[in-house]
Design a protein around this ligand. Structure first.
Ligand code: PLP
Length: 220
């Protein structure tokens, strides 16, 4: 089996090649290395190889490993990519640099309260449930533009991006295209889309960041 450091180099190489093929500027796509399940000893070599942007999907799991790693490597940028419960907003604002999963009014209210209380403002993305899957988090596509507007105007939140996770059994292209269209309508710059199996497709559709886990760290 390849090491995570070798896999990291391979993924970075493919991102660069895909940027070129898609006629996108070199370096426009940020790699978010998704380290959920893996512990600090697995993550450390990837940090030492130069990776600085990581994603975790659970607040509590991230609290167990990232405060120490962030103290040691202060340039690390940590993204929350899993559902946020309103009773975890305080911890999430304290630990994460980007929260990609804002998807309902109640979360917007809590994030607004906590960013003011803590004087710390993580960057925020709205998660869109592009496939309208009942079991999946995210705002419905038809409500997304309005929700971004309400986050900005009613809750004073600076929404910078949109995020989606296409249905596992569908061609992801149309979902990425929909997210890109909604981002233009909502006047949002960042597009977090694409995982291990489809990040090259996402880059062709305009992703500004891709969330890659198993292709770097191995199967979970
Ligand atoms: C786990 C996860 C990823 C990474 O998935 P891989 O298929 O392992 O690359 C990306 N995005 C979200 C929201 C995840 O939960």
């Amino acid at each position: 089996m390849e090491s995570s450091v070798e896999q990291l180099a391979l993924v970075k190489h493919k991102i660069g090649a895909t940027e070129r093929e898609a006629n996108r500027p070199a370096g426009v796509v940020t790699l978010v290395a998704v380290s959920k399940i893996f512990d600090a000893e697995h993550i450390r070599p990837v940090i030492e190889a130069g990776q600085r942007v990581f994603g975790e999907n659970r607040v509590q799991e991230a609290q167990g490993k990232w405060p120490a790693l962030k103290a040691e490597f202060p340039e690390i940028e940590l993204h929350l990519i899993g559902p946020l419960q309103s009773n975890k907003a305080r911890e999430a604002v304290a630990l994460f640099d980007v929260i990609e999963t804002v998807d309902r009014e109640k979360i917007a209210v809590e994030l607004s309260k906590e960013t003011q209380r803590q004087g710390r403002a993580p960057k925020l993305y709205v998660q869109v449930n592009t496939g309208s899957e009942p079991q999946k988090a995210g705002i419905e596509p038809r409500d997304a533009v309005d929700f971004v507007k309400r986050c900005r105007e009613v809750h004073g939140l600076a929404i910078e991006g949109l995020m989606c996770i296409p249905p596992a059994d569908e061609n992801p292209g149309p979902h990425f295209a929909l997210l890109e269209k909604l981002a233009r309508e909502a006047n949002v710059e960042k597009l977090s889309m694409g995982m291990s199996s489809d990040y090259e497709t996402a880059i062709a559709f305009g992703a500004t960041s891709v969330r890659v886990g198993s292709a770097i760290f191995g199967t979970r």
